[in-house]
Design a binder for this molecule. Structure first.
Ligand code: NAD
Length: 420
């Protein structure tokens, strides 16, 4: 989508305004949330392996610290710009507020394609970017995490860089770390587990069991593969999955553990997978496949005005951030398709990031059942609140999720007041 026509931050503001209007909130009650609290742009000079020097642009935006320290991932992607990061930071404020964890919203990014860097170049980019944002991050200020293009190893480098600069180990400065560096059990699976919990909830609200529900999942990375695995374990029939290379389909259900082992964390493309009864499909065909539930868990803007009319699923559970364009959302809502919005559906990741941070700052260790029980409790409660708001205001689940979050933030704002 051309940037001059589409500004993701303006789109975020429209969603917020719409929710405020539906609930009858006055502009003064939430005007501060229209303006990110802090935007930092940094240059990241790095010596490449061949001796040349490249300078990358980096960003960290703290949209709101009303409910707690900023929280949000760091995206490594060649197209990252300040408007993307502002929009994603704003969505993080609403995501944390809707699930009721004491965090604000933030996001970071470096405009680089990590696949073009060697491991040592990636380490130098990560450490130099961290050094540039050290003045505004910290366990009580702003706590980064992984996002598209970043991973646990990079979070470990961030923890090490921050700690080396501060002079003592600070595990709580970043989440999504390796277990050995203070990561939490269950964090890697948390977003997919959350998708499974939320899918179970929306089906239950329609008096339908997960067992035998036909589901298609776009994206077989962290979120998509774990959602598919856990939903298959619950008895769902996963009829289609895809990665960037294309997809596979079977009307009687795919063998998800076998497929996950085959792609081996993205090392092998799905197009090379074959099994009896399995046909190869494109990503467009996956979106239009014969299923009850579609889980877009790849990238933003995958469900568009062009393909919304072809969607057969009656329920969409947004695993990715922003997978549905505004136009597609309107078309689907008119058609009676239920969309469980990203800020609720994929909040499992940030919820277990919170568990990791709590363990780090208290220097305690939780076992896996503590983590998974906490996650289920938080997400089930958030779903019930959002569902109740959608009935109360007669609105979509997306508007309802923004209403629940807006109410929580504007109440905190009223109680805290404006300094001075
Ligand atoms: P990932 O990099 O692990 O996986 C992405 C997957 O999508 C890969 O299988 C890739 O091949 C596939 N893909 C990429 N482009 C595609 C395309 N055009 N069509 C089809 N498939 C495509 O990423 P992830 O961590 O699973 O994140 C996926 C989405 O979920 C992102 O929007 C991310 O912001 C969001 N999200 C992730 C988490 C998390 O904890 N990982 C939490 C919340 C939200």
């Amino acid at each position: 989508m051309p940037k001059e026509k589409y500004n993701p931050y303006n789109n975020f503001l429209k969603v917020m305004d719409n929710a405020a209007q539906i609930m009858g909130m006055q502009p003064d009650e939430y005007v501060t949330l229209r303006y990110p609290e802090r935007e930092l742009k940094v240059s990241v000079p790095v010596k490449m392996d061949d001796g040349s020097v490249k300078v990358f642009e980096g960003f960290r935006v703290q949209h709101s610290t009303l409910l707690g320290p900023g929280k949000g991932g760091i995206r490594f992607h060649e197209h990252v710009d300040i408007d993307d990061v502002k929009a994603l930071a704003g969505m993080m404020s609403f995501k944390c507020a809707v699930v009721g964890i004491p965090y604000g919203g933030a996001k970071g990014g470096v405009a680089v394609d990590p696949k073009t860097l060697s491991r040592s170049e990636l380490e130098r980019v990560t450490r130099r970017y961290t050094t540039a944002i050290i003045p505004i991050i910290g366990p009580q200020k702003d706590v980064p995490a992984p996002d598209v293009g970043s991973n646990a190893q990079m979070m470990d480098w961030i923890m090490d860089t921050y700690s080396t600069n501060i002079g003592y180990p600070v595990h709580g400065v970043v989440t999504g770390k390796s277990i050995e560096v203070g990561g939490s059990l269950g964090r890697n699976e948390a977003t997919g587990r959350g998708i499974m919990i939320i899918t179970r909830q929306i089906l239950s609200a329609r008096q339908k069991p997960v067992k035998d529900a036909k589901i298609a999942v776009q994206g077989m990375g962290n979120v998509g593969s774990i959602s598919a695995l856990l939903l298959a374990e619950e008895g769902a029939t996963i009829v289609a999955v895809s990665d960037v290379s294309g997809g596979v389909y079977s009307s009687t259900g795919l063998n998800i553990p076998e497929i996950t082992a085959f792609i081996d964390g993205g090392k092998r493309p799905l197009t090379e997978y074959s099994a009896p009864g399995v046909t190869h499909i494109s990503n467009e065909e996956l979106i239009a496949s014969d299923c009850e539930i579609l889980i877009p868990a790849a990238m933003e803007n995958q469900i568009t005005a062009a393909n919304a009319k072809n969607i057969k699923a009656k329920i969409i559970v947004e695993g990715a951030n922003g997978p549905t364009t505004k136009e597609a959302d309107e078309i689907l809502t008119k058609r009676g398709v239920t969309i469980v919005p990203d800020i609720l559906a994929n909040a499992g990741g940030v919820t277990v990031s919170y568990c990791e941070w709590v363990q780090n700052i208290q220097a305690v260790l939780w076992d896996i059942s503590n983590v998974n029980d906490f996650l289920a409790k938080i997400l089930n409660k958030a779903f019930d609140e959002v569902y109740a708001a959608s009935l109360q205001f007669g609105c979509s689940l997306r508007n309802a999720a923004y209403i629940v979050a807006l109410k929580r933030m504007s109440t905190a704002h009223r109680l805290r007041g404006i300094f001075p």
